[in-house]
Design a protein around this ligand. Structure first.
Ligand code: PLP
Length: 476
């Protein structure tokens, strides 16, 4: 929750024109109420004093006092002696703090895949004791196993084209810090995986966006942006995109590769979610195949990253990068500024996992199918006004609400013991207030309890308590 202070001038800028058919105090209270509900005034924000607001607005003190009182009566303002008035949501303070556990709909974190415990038991970790126990590029046996999987899936790869990282996020951050030179432009999808745009921005990139929906990419827009602004780098999630669940068609991939090549744009293809297929019915193999076909020998302008976090378990911090040998060399050289290498223990385990992937992935598919069905059913029953997509894979439902109040819902749910991430977090400009990413990775009992909380909170938010108008106050 926020704890910043809003000046009278900033508040009035947000408020804009008042509805002339209502008393000023009422019209002003209504505008402030809506700003709190749609998250533009975050809960916990300290509002200006009544005196300051009255002066700045050129209104009587009585009007502002009545406005704040109306907000207090509705539960949108909490006033305490000495600490002023802060924005709130009705009902949030009726929940006893720490009364119940928190259900996590914020993170799309699946449980360990079935069969992982047996695999743990079968691996001998003693070999890790021979040597330092960590390394910069990754151990050869694991790199061979990862390269073999790419080759089997239609993308010839050698072990020196692979670097092992501590998860997908580590790979994104390392690529960003190594390749971006201020003031490069990086193209990202909107919405997208938020920690990726954070990493790109921190590395100094200026961000440009291209839209994706649950139906897929606006290819004309994407190609146009690549050819006109010629970004240094484009970060894309072509399979079971986070958060929409969309997959890019094979012919779209070819066109993107061609446009990127013409513009000198490096494609950073995040395949962290690529193995989360439930029922897509086709597999186009690694995205970089489309580039390799055109340039089988040289550098193909595509950097791919992958991870075991979603398909197997996030507790094994194990990801990788596939790129041309010179790019891998640059990344290996740059790495020690951030960390000194991936632990051998994880790598020994990962090697076994990669060789057993087909069986493990079919287990993962069953869990995802069951959980997707459960969450879809629950939402249809409890929130019939929402538009719930049916993605063919991935970990979440990019759900459309029947009005733009994702941030307010998220704040209020937090107080009810349900952690969420509001739609705007998936954009760089505060868009997607009408959307909520709902992961289906929690246990089914938690999905059930979480959706009930979601529905009750939505009802509470949609029908807030009214208030009676005091007498004798000025009109707009
Ligand atoms: C698209 C995408 N890339 C990367 C990551 C980070 O993966 P890891 O847990 O392996 O760091 C995530 C995690 O949610 C993700 O959704």
């Amino acid at each position: 929750m926020g704890s910043s202070r809003l000046s009278a001038r900033a508040l009035l800028n947000l408020v804009g024109e008042l509805d002339p058919t209502h008393a000023v105090y009422e019209a002003l209270a209504e505008r402030i109420r809506l700003l709190i509900l749609d998250g533009r005034i975050p809960t916990g924000t300290r509002l200006p004093s009544e005196r300051e607001l009255a002066m700045q607005a050129g209104r009587s003190r009585t009007t502002i006092v009545a406005c704040y009182q109306a907000l207090r009566d509705g539960g949108y303002l909490v006033s305490r002696q000495g600490s002023g008035s802060t924005a709130a949501l009705p009902g949030a303070d009726s929940i006893p703090a720490g009364a119940s556990r928190t259900i996590d709909f914020a993170r799309a974190v699946p449980p360990p895949v079935a069969g992982l415990d047996d695999l743990f038991a079968s691996v001998s970790f003693v070999d890790a004791l021979n040597g330092p126990g960590f390394d910069l590029q990754g151990n050869l046996a694991l790199r061979k196993a990862l390269a073999a999987r790419y080759s089997e899936r239609g993308l010839p790869t050698t072990p020196d084209q692979i670097m092992v990282t501590m998860g997908g996020q580590h790979a994104i951050a390392l690529i960003a810090h190594t390749l971006i030179v201020r003031p490069d432009i990086a193209l990202i999808e909107a919405p997208t995986y938020p920690h990726a745009y954070d990493a790109l921005r921190r590395a100094g990139a200026r961000l440009a966006t291209t839209p994706v929906t649950t139906e897929g990419w606006d290819l004309d827009h994407l190609l146009e942006v690549v050819s006109t602004i010629r970004p240094a780098l484009a970060y894309l999630v072509p399979d079971f995109h986070n958060p929409t669940g969309a997959s890019m068609l094979p012919e779209e991939r070819t066109l993107i590769v061609e446009a990127a090549r013409a513009s000198g744009t490096t494609l950073v293809i995040d395949e962290t979610t690529a193995d989360l297929d439930i029922d897509r019915g086709w597999d186009d193999g690694p995205f970089a195949r489309h580039a390799h076909r055109r340039s089988p020998t040289g550098s193909d302008g595509v950097i791919t990253l992958g991870s075991l976090s979603k398909s197997i378990w996030g507790g094994i911090r194990l990801g990788w990068i596939r790129a041309s040998t010179p790019v891998i060399r640059r990344l290996v050289q740059a790495r020690p500024a951030g960390d000194l290498g991936t632990p051998q223990l994880e790598q020994l385990l990962a090697e076994q996992i990669v060789t057993s992937l087909p069986q493990l992935l079919s287990q993962r598919r069953e869990l995802l199918r069951e959980h997707r069905e459960a969450l879809s059913r629950l939402l249809a029953v409890h929130l019939p006004g929402w538009t719930v997509p049916r993605p063919h894979g991935g970990l979440s439902l990019w759900t459309q609400l029947d009005r733009p109040a994702s941030s307010a819902l998220t704040s209020l749910c937090e107080a009810h013991g349900l952690a969420l991430v509001a739609g705007p977090k998936f954009s760089i400009d505060g868009a997607f207030e009408r959307f909520l990413r709902l992961p289906f990775t929690s246990p089914i009992a938690d999905l059930d309890e979480g959706v009930r909380t979601l529905a009750n909170t939505w009802t509470q938010l949609s029908h807030p308590a009214g208030h009676a108008a005091p007498q004798g106050l000025e009109m707009v």
